[in-house]
Write a protein that binds this ligand. Structure first.
Ligand SMILES: [Zn+2]
Length: 77
């Protein structure tokens, strides 16, 4: 009878280990998924209308970021 209890304990420990492995995998997947998103879309604020636009869509003029050509032209002296 003691052997049965011992086997049950091993089985439970194995299940617990499998569950924690699965959770670790899921967390790893999540971090891999979210990281490129942050890198791909850094937001910058337009110096004129203060709208946030993705950096790759913004226009740089003398080190200042603008949401479009209109804002850039309007802020020029
Ligand atoms: Zn703007």
């Amino acid at each position: 009878m003691r052997i049965l209890l011992f086997l049950l304990l091993i089985f439970l420990l194995y299940q617990l280990w499998r569950f924690s492995e699965l959770r670790a995998k899921m967390i790893r997947k999540k971090t891999v998924k979210t990281q490129p998103k942050i890198e791909a879309h850094p937001m910058v604020q337009c110096q004129r209308c203060e709208t946030f636009v993705p950096k790759n869509e913004s226009i740089d003029y003398k080190g200042r970021a603008f949401c479009g050509e209109k804002c850039r032209d309007e802020s020029r002296p």
